[in-house]
Structure formats: structure tokens, C-alpha cells
Write a protein that binds this ligand. Structure first.
Ligand code: PMP
Length: 498
């Protein structure tokens, strides 16, 4: 089954994901699926700053994308934008997507230790396409300014670019409006923001917060800290020995005291795709809020937060071909509006006196201080790039690669794949008898192949499988069958040497 199908609400409630009686009951109790709100009628955020504040735009610059010299345009045109036949979903063959996309990523043109670089560490971070690098470069060269405050031309350009980025993210996630998009440093910061702010607003002693055994430490530790502050109790949804979330345990763990259910959409260590809608329905049936960690899903298949009925959704720019240090928190409007600010400082206020401060509207209320303006601009370029390639095309392409990767690894003696979830995206973990994971990764690096070895910030899950570390290759849109073949050949050589 395609990862995105598994992640969506079921078209057929009797489908395999939803067959359990408990789940149909959850759907019934949770009421109708999330109502899909129409697009925002509040367009003020999208009006160019020039128009909103009447600033002269003497260079005829337009907010969404300034036109540069033909040479500059050519340099920054990604391969997928050059050839109209390759636009969107129209790929000649799914396996050639990676070969073609690779040309858009300058870092992949280099040789490492004398070999063609094969980047299979995408779950940790992705390489950046030229269009993103150029966008950030151009921003600093011509538009750099602080935003929202000054009444001068560069401030206007920078503000427009930043707010345009917010609209791009909103469209990418299916958010009802750009104001529901808060720029943060990344998934970690987004989850900490929710734990602090929603924690302060909604959590009291004796409440329960539910996470799953699949989580990255970023979706465990902030909740533990909240429990320490508030006297709430952390509960855990277990996985089975294949690495699937135990849906039969949903109603044992989620109950009347549950206030927050925080769940990853894709497990970073073993690639399990979680049927978030099932979890969300169960959580909503008891009135709990659902926090979705999208760090490992946003780059791999289409995501629609409205369809998921997520109360919060977080992802990191650097895992979706964008810059580091920029990420996104999406939240339902009524929640963001009633939650207290987390950080205090400039930009997030309405009025300050020594007696009392009133706060700005969302999203400014949650964006104290100067954010990563160029990062947001680069992130928008990355998401536009991903959408030009086509998220469904990426999903199909990576699915083919994943099948080939699993077959290749399964055929290698002494190698054991960790977990065998029903639906997997992005990552696979394995161990090789007699070889420390770090030694395997170092061997691969000598052949130009980058993979991650370690605990992947998922120690509880690795412990479930009796392990402290694994080797984890993880896929991106620029990988191709040759990358998988080369990985397999290198691993076979290592095993033969034992
Ligand atoms: N959650 C998951 C599932 C992740 O894979 C990661 C990054 N490995 C994070 C959260 C944290 O992301 P970041 O370090 O970008 O904040």
C-alpha cells in the first residue's frame, strides 16, 4: 500500500487499517471527518508589503519572485523546470526521476574518497537543489533586511519574501490559512513550543500525554519535561515485533485522562508509516489534541493537515531540501489563538507597559525576535521545487527504490533488516553480524556512500529490538537504482572480507 494512502483517512471504513471494531467505534464517536475549511478570506497577509504600506517600489520588483537577468534565470532553473515534459507528475519513468533530479543538486556532483557521492543519509538531512542555494544567496545579496518594522525598500522586499514563504508553506500543507503557519527552527523547536504553550494552557496534574514507541527523542523529551513541570503522566503506545504501531492498544492507552497524543507520521529509524488518522480519531474521540511529527513524512509523500485532522503538525526545512535552522509549526487556528506565547521579546507584542503586555495576533505571537528570514525564503523555494517534481511522483519513485533496497539487503549474508512494518517510507535499519554499525558506515564512506550509524535519536525503539545501534540508509528524490546497487555491492564485499 502506498504510504500516502496509509496516512490518509480511509475511503472505505472496512479497509484493513480500519477493520478493528475499536477503530470504527472511534470514528463513530469522533464524529465526522475534519471539516475541510475553504481558503482563507483574509488576504491581507498576501498583499505585498509595498501595497500595504504604500512604499515606492522603484525597481518594479514583485513579491513572489523577482525576475533576474536571463543568465541568472538559467543558472537557477532546476532541471525539472527546464523540461516541460518532466513537470509535475509527468515522468517518463519513475526510476529515471532520481537520475534527472541529481543534476539539480550541486553537492551530488562531487566525488568523495575517489567515488561518486551517494547520499543515503536523507533522514538526517537532505542536499539542497541549486534553486534553493541561489534563492538564499540572492536574498542576502539584494534583499537582506529585518522584517515587518522598517519603512524602507529592502525591509519591504524581505517582508514580502518572508510572508510569501508562509503562504507557500500553507499551500504545501493544506493549511486553511497562512496565519496558522509559525516559523520555528525545526521540528524539535515546534514540539517544544507546543509542549510549553499548549502544556501551560491545557495540561494539569494527573492528565495523560501519549506518545508512541516509534518516536524520535524530540517527540519524547519535551513531553517528559512537561510532565515534570505539570504533574502529568506520560503513556506509551507500543509497537509489535514487526515495527507496526499496536492499533489494538489504542483504547487501552488512550482514555478519559488523555489530553495530548503526540505521534510521528513516519518513524525515522525503521521507516514505519503510522496510520495517523486512526490515532487522530481515537484521540479526538476522548477530546485529546493530536500532535503530528512530520519530520520524516513531508519530503516523501503528499501531506494534508486538514485531511489528517491534525491539531498540530511540525516539520524541518532541512529534511525537505531546504535550509537548516528553519522549520514549521502548523496549528489549528482556535488553538493557536488561545495558547499563551512561549518566547517573549520583539515582534510578538501589541502594547508593552511595565504593568502589562498585550500580544500580537497569530502567527507573530509565536515568532519573538528576528527569525531565520533567508531560511524561510529558501524553504519556500525548496517546497516549490518539490511540488514541481511532484510529490506523488516522488512517492512512487521512492517506493520502487525502497522495494529494491529491501530485496538487495535481504540477499546479503549476515545482514539482518530490523523490523518489517506493513508500510514503510524513507528509511531502513539493519545490522550485520560481526560488524559494529559504525564500522559498516565507515566502510561505505570509503566508497563515497553516506549512511547513518547509531541510535538515530530513537533509543526506546532500538531497545525494543534489543539493539543500541543500527546502520540506516535513507532515501531521497535524487537517489536511483544505481545507488542501491552500489550500496549492495559494497556491503557484499564487506561481508566477504570477514
Ligand atoms: N522527529 C523526527 C521523526 C526526526 O527524524 C527528527 C530529525 N532526525 C526530528 C524530529 C528532529 O528534527 P530537527 O533536528 O530538524 O529539529
Amino acid at each position: 500500500m502506498a504510504a500516502s494512502d496509509y496516512a490518509r483517512p480511509p475511503k472505505n471504513p472496512d479497509s484493513e487499517i480500519w477493520s478493528a471494531a475499536a477503530l470504527s467505534e472511534a470514528v463513530r464517536r469522533a464524529g465526522k471527518e475534519a471539516t475541510k475549511a475553504g481558503p482563507s478570506t483574509e488576504r491581507s497577509q498576501e498583499l505585498p508589503y509595498f501595497q500595504r504600506y504604500g512604499i515606492e517600489n522603484e525597481r518594479g520588483w514583485e513579491s513572489s519572485d523577482r525576475t533576474s537577468s536571463p543568465l541568472e534565470v538559467q543558472q537557477r532553473q532546476p532541471y525539472f523546470l527546464e523540461s516541460s515534459s518532466l513537470r509535475g507528475e509527468a515522468h517518463p519513468s519513475t526510476t529515471s526521476l532520481g537520475i534527472q533530479a541529481r543534476r539539480d543538486f550541486p553537492a551530488l556532483a562531487q566525488r568523495v574518497n575517489g567515488h561518486r557521492l551517494i547520499w543515503l543519509d536523507n533522514a538526517a538531512t537532505t542536499q539542497k537543489p541549486r534553486v534553493v542555494i541561489n534563492k538564499v544567496h540572492r536574498f542576502y545579496e539584494t534583499d537582506n533586511s529585518n522584517i515587518h518594522r522598517a519603512a524602507h525598500t529592502l525591509a519591504a522586499r524581505a517582508t514580502d519574501a518572508y510572508e510569501h514563504a508562509r503562504s507557500v508553506v500553507a499551500r504545501f500543507l493544506g493549511s486553511q490559512s497562512p496565519e496558522q503557519i509559525v516559523f520555528v527552527r525545526g521540528t524539535t523547536e515546534a514540539i517544544n513550543l507546543i509542549a510549553h504553550s499548549a502544556g501551560q494552557r491545557f495540561i494539569t496534574e494527573g492528565d495523560e500525554i501519549v506518545v508512541t514507541e516509534l518516536e524520535h527523542h524530540s517527540n519524547i523529551v519535551p513531553w517528559q519535561l512537561l510532565c515534570e513541570r505539570s504533574g502529568a503522566v506520560l503513556k506509551v503506545l507500543p509497537v509489535d515485533d514487526r515495527g507496526n504501531l499496536r492499533l489494538d492498544a489504542l483504547y487501552r492507552v488512550i482514555g478519559g485522562r488523555t489530553k495530548i497524543v503526540a505521534v510521528t507520521q513516519v518513524a525515522n529509524s525503521i521507516g514505519t508509516v503510522v496510520p495517523v488518522c486512526a490515532v487522530s480519531a481515537a484521540a479526538h474521540s476522548v477530546g485529546a489534541l493530536v500532535v503530528v511529527d512530520g519530520a520524516q513524512s513531508a519530503a516523501h509523500f503528499p501531506v494534508d493537515v486538514t485531511e489528517l485532522d491534525a491539531d498540530f503538525y511540525a516539520f524541518s526545512g532541512h529534511k525537505v531540501y531546504g535550509p537548516t535552522g528553519i522549520g514549521v509549526l502548523y496549528g489549528k487556528r482556535n488553538l493557536l489563538e488561545t495558547m499563551p506565547p512561549w518566547h517573549g521579546g520583539g515582534s510578538m507584542i501589541n502594547q508593552v507597559t511595565f504593568e502589562r503586555t498585550t500580544y500580537a495576533q497569530i502567527p507573530a505571537k509565536f515568532e519573538a525576535g528576528t527569525g531565520h528570514i533567508a531560511g524561510a525564503v529558501g524553504l519556500a523555494a525548496a517546497l516549490e521545487y518539490v511540488d514541481h517534481v511532484g510529490r506523488s511522483a516522488i512517492e512512487r519513485h521512492e517506493h520502487v527504490l525502497m522495494e529494491h533496497l529491501l530485496e538487495t539487503l535481504e540477499a546479503i549474508p549476515l545482514l539482518r533488516i530490523v523490523a518489517n512494518p506493513d508500510v514503510r517510507a524513507g528509511s531502513v535499519s539493519f545490522v550485520v553480524d560481526g560488524f559494529e554499525p559504525a564500522r559498516v558506515a565507515a566502510h561505505l564512506d570509503r566508497h563515497g556512500i553516506a549512511v547513518r550509524a547509531g541510535h538515530h535519536c530513537a533509543q526506546p525503539l532500538l531497545r525494543h529490538f534489543g539493539l543500541v545501534a543500527t546502520v540506516r540508509p535513507s532515501l531521497g528524490l535524487y537517489n536511483c537504482l544505481e545507488d542501491v546497487e552500489t550500496l549492495g555491492a559494497c556491503l557484499r564485499r564487506l561481508v566477504r572480507s570477514s
